[in-house]
Design a protein around this ligand. Structure first.
Ligand SMILES: C[S@@+](CC[C@H](N)C(=O)[O-])C[C@H]1O[C@@H](n2cnc3c(N)ncnc32)[C@H](O)[C@@H]1O
Length: 460
């Protein structure tokens, strides 16, 4: 049983429920301090976050506050198994901790590594940018199957590719000559920064193919006109991005972040990645359960890095939690997901609407299977008495409430993670509201975002 109380939060228009968990005699992970809203708003963004706008995840101010309240010792290891743009990792390193950030999407790994650029390297950005542009091979031809041709005409794609190749030759190194696959966990922050600037140029240029849905980028079909931009324009955009990044970083940077203080790399959270009991705290937000194809959000960035990170976007999409693709084999439901999740899945399966007992039940089962396997791996890596903080949104399948925070709590409890504190915030524009079809079933697109604070119990 838990007690809860609602109150209006005038500042961010969200309602908050604070829960004290009855019968809990243990000290709460956040020392009983109130939890602020993890909602993203323009004001809470730091200048770096504005530089690469990311639709998912919580703001840096939230990550800082949580880590502060956890009272971790300097050098403690903080894990984000769904690292995204690296907010947790950045805040952890900034506070003197060691950050481990894992993400299955190589684009997010590059973005997060760029965010760690040490202060001492900022001055090198502008001269290096000049060298990269001068070094771009103007005579090089583009391969016929280059994925950039999905949006750009041949001339424009060639200019973009030669700049990308020049970044690679200058900063990623000869490893790419013998092997296609670069270990992104070794990519320097400065190389990553140039890729992020090129990503920004791409985002600007591909605006005609974007919609109001931040997770969607259309691929041009035969009827669509390909984007045409000349070398001078592209070089100008690239230089402007580099200058903006240098300015932003000189006021907003992890000072002298030693390379060994972070370990940010590609990894699949559904299988164990870290040794048992090696992590002091986890702060993360899992992917949403709203049938959004997250690989589509980074399509153009994946196309940029295609020459050195061999990616089959179809299989990446399938591995992602919250994938819109039906899993290849049969995924069995597991009792360890708890009774509330099982009941929800039965209701989805029995829903009278088309494909509920086909496509939709399969993708929902796949979501909880991957979530449960990830929670098991996360719990295994956490030290006894360590804290795990999850920021989770609920959603709806048609008119059925998908109470992910509750299901995650029941999954976690079976992995020795005991819920100690919870705060709920109503968010007006949720990821599930992005899907226009939800309006056929529900008028409002609000969701509840919950901050769940667990403590790892000692193994029996
Ligand atoms: C909600 S976002 C995390 C946002 C992050 N906390 C932030 O502040 O930027 C979820 C992330 O999980 C990643 N992801 C999805 N499936 C994954 C998997 N199987 N293993 C690791 N990462 C995965 C996605 O690529 C995405 O970046």
């Amino acid at each position: 049983m838990r007690q809860s109380r609602w109150r209006a939060n005038e500042k961010d228009e969200s309602r908050v429920i604070e829960c004290s968990l009855e019968g809990s005699t243990k000290k709460m992970p956040l020392s009983g301090r109130p939890i602020s809203s993890p909602k993203r708003d323009g004001h809470a963004q730091t200048s770096w976050e504005r530089f690469f706008p990311y639709y998912a995840g919580f703001p840096e101010s939230f990550a800082n506050e949580i880590l502060e309240n956890l009272n971790l010792k300097p050098g403690a290891t903080v894990l984000d198994p769904w690292n995204g743009s690296g907010t947790t990792s950045y805040a952890a390193v900034h506070r003197g901790h060691k950050a481990i950030g894992l993400d299955i999407n190589p684009v997010m790994v590059i973005i997060s590594r760029a965010r760690m650029l040490p202060f001492s390297e900022i001055d090198a950005l502008e001269p290096l940018a000049k060298a990269i542009l001068q070094g771009a091979d103007r005579r090089a031809a583009i391969k016929q199957d280059d994925p950039l041709l999905s949006w750009f005409d041949v001339k424009t794609a060639t200019v973009l590719r030669t700049i990308e190749r020049s970044i690679n030759d200058n900063l990623v190194g000869p490893r790419t000559l013998s092997s296609n696959d670069v270990d992104l966990g070794q990519m320097s922050s400065i190389a990553a920064s140039f890729y992020v600037c090129l990503f920004s140029v791409m985002r600007d240029l591909t605006k005609p193919f974007r919609s109001t849905n931040p997770t969607w980028l259309k691929i041009a079909d035969v009827k669509d006109k390909r984007i045409n931009a000349d070398r001078a324009l592209i070089e100008g955009l690239f230089t402007t991005q580099i200058e903006a990044m240098a300015t932003v970083l000189s006021t907003d940077v992890v000072h002298a972040a030693a390379d060994q203080s972070f370990d940010i790399r590609i990894a699949d959270s559904t299988s164990p990645q870290l040794s048992r009991g090696s992590v002091h705290a986890v702060l993360t937000s899992p992917p949403y359960c709203t049938r959004i194809d997250y690989t589509a959000a980074t399509r153009v960035e994946l196309a940029v890095i295609a020459p050195f990170v061999a990616i089959d976007t179809g299989s990446l999409g399938r591995k992602m939690i919250g994938s819109t693709r039906v899993p290849v084999g049969t995924v069995e439901r597991d009792d360890s997901w708890g009774p509330a999740c099982q009941k929800f899945l039965r209701r989805v399966e029995q829903h009278p609407s088309k494909a509920s007992n086909g496509y939709y039940i399969k993708t929902h089962v796949d979501y909880f299977d991957k979530l449960a396997r990830s929670v098991a791996a996360i719990a295994n890596s956490l030290k006894s008495k360590g804290s795990a903080i999850f920021v989770v949104q609920d959603s709806f399948y048609k008119d059925i409430h998908n109470d992910v925070p509750l299901y995650l709590t029941q999954i976690a409890e079976r992995r020795q993670l005991a819920l100690r504190q919870r705060a709920d915030f109503e968010v007006r524009r949720s990821m599930s509201g992005i899907n226009p079809k939800t309006r056929n079933y529900r008028k409002s697109s609000t969701a509840v975002e919950s901050v769940l604070c667990f403590e790892k119990m000692s193994e029996r």
